[in-house]
Design a protein around this ligand. Structure first.
Ligand SMILES: NC(=O)C1=CN([C@@H]2O[C@H](COP(=O)(O)OP(=O)(O)OC[C@H]3O[C@@H](n4cnc5c(N)ncnc54)[C@H](OP(=O)(O)O)[C@@H]3O)[C@@H](O)[C@H]2O)C=CC1
Ligand SMILES: CC(=O)N[C@@H](CCC(=O)OP(=O)(O)O)C(=O)O
Length: 345
């Protein structure tokens, strides 16, 4: 099946190029950029020399449709919405990596993304593609909205407790850290080496746009979960997210019982790996892979459940999950092209 990529010059785009290069069915035959049409992707990413030397074209939905059946759209929120519509109108299947279509409440989008809300009709048929959990919804989608990086780690970390309705209202605290590639390739002073190296910064305190996305998903499984406290930090590394979730539970539970809940929930879920009790994952242990690794514990003094979930933001948090979604949507093995061991060390 021929697939296209819009937003090829970005970090999400170039990670899609890497993963699609070895895909057994999807053939990436065309890539697009709004400002670099006519130029070779190699000139922006020399590591692709001799392997992928496609020339980028201007974004033209009709032209894309003539060449490909499915498109991965990896452009910023606020820009994605118009391209999504035009690509869908041209008859393409679209997997969108931006935050534009993730929030069911359009007022939430306005409030947290500080952009004009999307018309409700535009959300019809959109599926929030949390690929490890909602496979049946994905098979019946008309459009896939790929989850955000932090929400992927956080929601997979909390799903077993949410579906069993074990969480005390408004009690969830998520302390999350990300590598710098999460911010994309665009230059900014805040992301200079001299600002990031040997530094740890909290950002978007109580205002992060992924807050309502996490709440929306958790409240689907348990409407009593309410609101969360979600804080994000930038750490001096390229790839990786660690989300540590602190939760009050309605009834006391032992660490063994909690661990059993997680291992049972995820026993048939290929890309979520629950670590043995007492072991906690680190970001390097999933780097370059589509895995989300989880460690669980109970603080016996306070009774809080403490869950640690890690992903590679560019793979499970973006390109990998997008391909997993496209695999499921088109009837392929969900792991096609994604059976990658993490790069270690
Ligand atoms: N980085 C990450 O870890 C994650 C990213 N995402 C999401 O994926 C999407 C892409 O992110 P990322 O690759 O990191 O971002 P980058 O900043 O690295 O790249 C942005 C891309 O968007 C394109 N673009 C910018 N403006 C426009 C426009 N007006 N019209 C069309 N294309 C445009 C750029 O193309 P050009 O070359 O023409 O400038 C570039 O290819 C975003 O929505 C982001 O939120 C989601 C999860 C994780
Ligand atoms: C490190 C870093 O800056 N990460 C970005 C992730 C943004 C992102 O992925 O944007 P969406 O809202 O489109 O999902 C952030 O925290 O805003």
């Amino acid at each position: 099946m021929k697939v296209a990529l819009v937003g090829a010059t970005g970090y999400g785009g170039v990670e899609l190029i890497r993963l699609l290069h070895n895909h057994p069915v999807f053939e990436l035959n065309a890539i697009y950029s709004h400002s670099k049409g006519g130029e070779s992707i190699r000139s922006y990413y020399p590591h692709l020399t001799g392997a992928v030397e496609l020339i980028m074209d201007d974004i033209d939905p009709e032209k894309i449709k003539a060449k490909s059946d499915l498109v991965f759209l990896a452009v910023p929120a606020g820009i994605s919405r118009d391209w999504s519509k035009r690509l869908r109108d041209a008859g393409l299947k679209v997997v969108d990596l931006s935050g534009d279509f993730r929030l069911e409440d359009v007022e939430d989008y306005k409030k947290w993304y500080k952009k004009d809300p999307i018309a409700k009709e535009e959300l019809e048929g959109v599926v929030f593609g949390l690929a490890d959990i909602v496979k049946d919804e994905i098979r019946n989608a008309t459009f896939i909205s790929n989850p955000g990086c932090y929400p992927t780690a956080s929601v997979l970390g909390l799903y077993p407790l949410a579906k069993e309705k074990m969480i005390v209202k408004n009690s969830i605290v998520i302390d999350a850290k990300s590598g710098v590639t999460g911010a994309g390739r665009g230059a900014s002073v805040a992301n200079l080496f001299s600002e990031i190296d040997e530094n740890l910064k909290i950002y978007k305190v109580n205002t992060h746009q992924h807050t309502p996305e996490i709440e929306q998903q958790l409240n689907r499984w348990d409407p009593e979960i309410g609101m969360i406290t979600f804080e994000t930090h930038l750490i001096p590394m390229n790839r990786g997210i660690m989300a540590t979730e602190y939760v009050d539970l309605k009834s006391p539970i032992t660490a063994e019982e909690l661990h059993k809940l997680y291992t049972e929930t995820y026993k048939d879920v290929k890309f979520v790996r629950v670590r043995p009790l007492g072991e906690f994952p680190s970001t390097k242990e999933v780097q370059g892979s589509n895995y989300c690794d989880i460690g669980v514990s109970v603080n016996v003094r306070t009774g809080k459940a403490v869950i640690v979930s890690v992903i590679d933001n560019l793979v499970k948090g973006a390109a990998g999950q997008a391909i997993q979604n496209a695999n499921i949507w088109t009837g392929l093995d969900e792991a096609a092209g994604l059976d990658l061991l993490p790069m270690y060390p």
